[in-house]
Write a protein that binds this ligand. Structure first.
Ligand code: ADP
Ligand code: ZN
Ligand code: ZN
Length: 695
């Protein structure tokens, strides 16, 4: 007699099946077992799932069911905790469990035959890696008082912890020693370390391997080959890797002995997946820690206001334990002096104000380095005809194509459409077409001209380099450029926010933000938070070495020097900034004082995109009223059109997270029904984004 099993398969997001389908199987299979099953005409990878999450009824026609094709029992089943994490993520972010589970597994699991899998497994040593003593190991530092205090509390309380440590206060050392303390106590324990960006993995990986040895550390991120990803995933799943280090995708790593989760730079927006299942790895880390009994440490010099709010005192209702490390190590605690340049009083059209330029020259003369920050790549954001006012609009998107001088192209940063720069105006034929505004490429050129006569102490010409998405497109270039920077071969590094994060440049004594005023007046209520954090992080790159920390500076050129953001920045006072922002948010009823979700729709025309949202909101009126949910009108997204697709969105808001969750869960079916109705005609796709970061 054959039994029934529920198997989770990769199901299209809105197919209506949660992903668990019934199959026949002769043997009893534990939940979490990997199998291959037929699906339509093909065979696919699946995970045996518990029945509760299946939405099929008992009235199945057993005769029509197909048998499981193969059981991959050479690989131990995925744990109950892991299944719980997947179920929770699916429910919370309104996706199918099948989509989340299968995306979390290494792609090679789908492709390799059982024999091939067996061979892979044989290559894995079947004993856990040990943190052996090696004379070349990087030794633990003697902790500072602030580090020691943080460690004591982490050791004695349950958390979650918000490690609020200034840039350079030694947060990484706290991560390292928390890990070693745990491993000393529980040699089989596993530790998950999340980093926001793939670019930042190599340096943190280097610090962990220097301390724990290469065999103890495994990585998971999208830059790995399929074979590497398989190998590292197995190292986690088989309990061999002690430390799993990775980007947001690693939150779904299978780690049967997980005891500690650390999220570095927890405020970073990269922790939120921006397509498909839009999960927040940071938030899931807290949930995962809770279900697995693993301690969670979120670290940042500029925490997200959500985490900051959660870490208010317990008496005020805080749920996280805040651990403060305000002092920089090795610099007598000194932080860079913040200098605001009032651009209203500078020569008109000056890109670099005279005092900033003088300060840069002084650094070059002393063989110190400068970082110049401008959050816009390319040469100029738009090309314009001075005769007829033609502008380099993208024909497929609402927006301009950016002028890249290096290959004389116009490139759309939304859809990628690229053309050669026309010699004359496409509309009136005038040859007088000029770049408007300034990107990093032009900034590099301008600075080169301004510093043409400046020499380094050895008499050689000043060296300027640029790092942004354009210069680092080829694999390995970023690492090379960073190495040059570390070796002191470069005097001035120009770049986008890529250069502001995480790097431990020892000889930088001046950081300057050239033009960041736009963020002060953005319609996105999180823009000030992002700006403040970016500037604080950037300031954190300056004066990290004791020898130059006294003269280290952070320059900000602005037309609004008295803006409260800059006041707080001057005082390095995150607390003051957070208080100000949270007060505004509380008055406006914005997160973290309310909870939001966005429904986004895409169609060939804006009317269809909005019609779908409107119909969905009309049908949800009753339930919104009962649950206290506000549905805002549908509006065009910015940019409204990308690659010839019109985009619209509708904001949903509620004071209770639970009520919002209930509303969204009930609404799924309505959205699917509207999709099939006349109002859904012309719709290309729709998606729900829970806790969206960009409104
Ligand atoms: P953060 O992660 O907070 O930015 P890091 O952990 O990178 O700070 O530490 C900054 C610098 O201080 C690093 O070079 C690190 O090796 C050093 N450091 C950290 N803790 C100590 C300590 N207890 N004693 C001496 N140096 C330390
Ligand atoms: Zn023209
Ligand atoms: Zn475009």
């Amino acid at each position: 007699m054959q039994g029934l099993v529920q198997v989770l398969v990769q199901a299209p997001a809105h197919s209506g099946i949660n992903g668990a389908l019934s199959y026949l199987c002769e043997q009893a299979l534990a939940h979490g077992t990997l199998v291959r099953v037929p699906l339509g005409k093909r065979e696919t990878l699946g995970v045996v799932w518990n029945k509760a999450s299946s939405n099929e009824t008992d009235s199945l026609d057993v005769k029509k069911l197909k048998p499981v094709t193969a059981v991959l029992d050479c690989i131990p089943p995925l744990s109950d905790h892991w299944q719980q994490l997947v179920n929770f993520s699916a429910a919370y972010y309104q996706r199918s469990a099948g989509e989340i589970a299968l995306a979390a597994l290494p792609p090679q699991l789908r492709e390799l035959s059982e024999q091939q899998l067996m061979r892979r497994l044989l290559r894995h040593p079947n004993k856990p890696s040990e943190v052996d003593d090696d004379d070349n190991r990087d030794l633990p530092r003697t902790l500072t008082i602030q580090q020691a205090e943080a460690m004591t509390i982490i050791g004695s309380e349950a958390g979650p912890f918000l490690l609020f440590g200034t840039t350079g206060s030694g947060k990484t050392e706290v991560y390292l020693q928390s890990a070693s303390q745990l491993l000393a106590r529980e040699p089989q324990a596993q530790i998950l370390v999340l980093v926001p960006e793939i670019n930042l993995t190599p340096q943190l990986e280097a610090r962990f391997t220097a301390r724990f040895g290469t065999s103890a550390v495994a990585c998971l991120h999208s830059g790995l080959t399929p074979a590497q990803r398989m190998k590292n995933w197995l190292a986690g799943h088989l309990g061999q890797a002690r430390i799993m280090l990775g980007t947001r995708m690693a939150i779904f790593a299978s780690l049967p002995n997980l005891r500690l989760i650390m999220v570095d730079e927890e405020h970073d927006a990269s922790y939120k997946q921006q397509e498909g299942a839009r999960y927040s790895a940071r938030d899931l880390a807290v949930y995962r820690g809770h279900i697995e009994g693993a301690k969670v440490i979120l670290g940042s010099a500029t925490p997200s206001l959500e985490s900051w709010h959660h870490s208010r005192s317990a008496a005020q209702g805080g749920r996280y334990r805040r651990l403060s490390m305000p002092d920089r190590i090795g610099t007598g605690g000194s932080l860079p002096t913040v200098r605001l340049v009032d651009m209203n009083h500078q020569p008109k059209d000056a890109v670099f104000s005279p005092p900033l330029l003088a300060a840069i020259k002084a650094r070059v003369a002393r063989h110190e380095q400068c970082l110049i920050l401008l959050n816009r790549r390319g040469y100029a954001p738009v090309l314009r005809c001075s005769e007829c006012d033609w502008k380099s609009e993208c024909s497929y998107c609402t927006g301009y194509r950016v002028f890249h001088k290096i290959d004389r192209t116009l490139r759309c940063h939304h859809c990628g459409q690229t053309d050669r720069v026309p010699r004359t105006c496409p509309t009136c034929g005038s040859p007088d077409i000029r770049p408007l505004g300034r990107g990093t490429e032009k900034l590099e050129e301008t600075l080169g001209e301004l510093l043409a006569s400046v020499q380094r102490p050895d008499g050689s010409p000043v060296r300027i380099a640029r790092i942004d998405a354009d210069t680092t497109r080829r694999k390995g270039t970023l690492a090379t450029q960073m190495a040059q920077m570390h070796a002191g071969a470069v005097d001035i590094l120009i770049g986008t926010q890529m250069i502001a994060k995480g790097h431990d440049f020892r000889q930088v004594s001046l950081v300057a933000a050239i033009n960041s005023d736009a963020a002060l007046f953005s319609s996105d209520f999180r823009a000030p938070e992002r700006l403040f954090s970016l500037l604080m992080q950037a300031a954190g790159r300056s004066g990290r070495d004791a020898s130059i920390s006294q003269q280290s500076e952070m320059w900000v050129q602005t037309f609004y020097p008295v803006h409260p953001i800059f006041e707080a920045l001057k005082a390095h006072d995150f607390d003051a900034f957070a208080r100000l922002q949270l007060k505004e948010r509380s008055q406006a009823g914005l997160p973290p004082f309310s909870f939001q979700a966005l429904v986004r729709s895409e169609a060939r025309d804006q009317a269809s995109a909005q019609a779908f949202l409107l119909a969905a909101s009309v049908r949800a009126k009753e339930s919104a009223k009962v649950l206290g949910v506000t549905i805002y009108p549908a509006v065009p997204m910015t940019p409204q059109r990308v690659a010839n697709v019109e985009r619209a969105q509708m904001l949903i808001e509620c004071l209770s997270r639970m009520a919002l969750q209930r509303f969204l869960a009930d609404w799924q079916e309505v959205l699917r029904a509207v999709r099939q109705s006349p109002e859904g005609k012309g719709l290309i796709r729709w998606a729900v984004d829970v806790d969206p970061l960009a409104i």
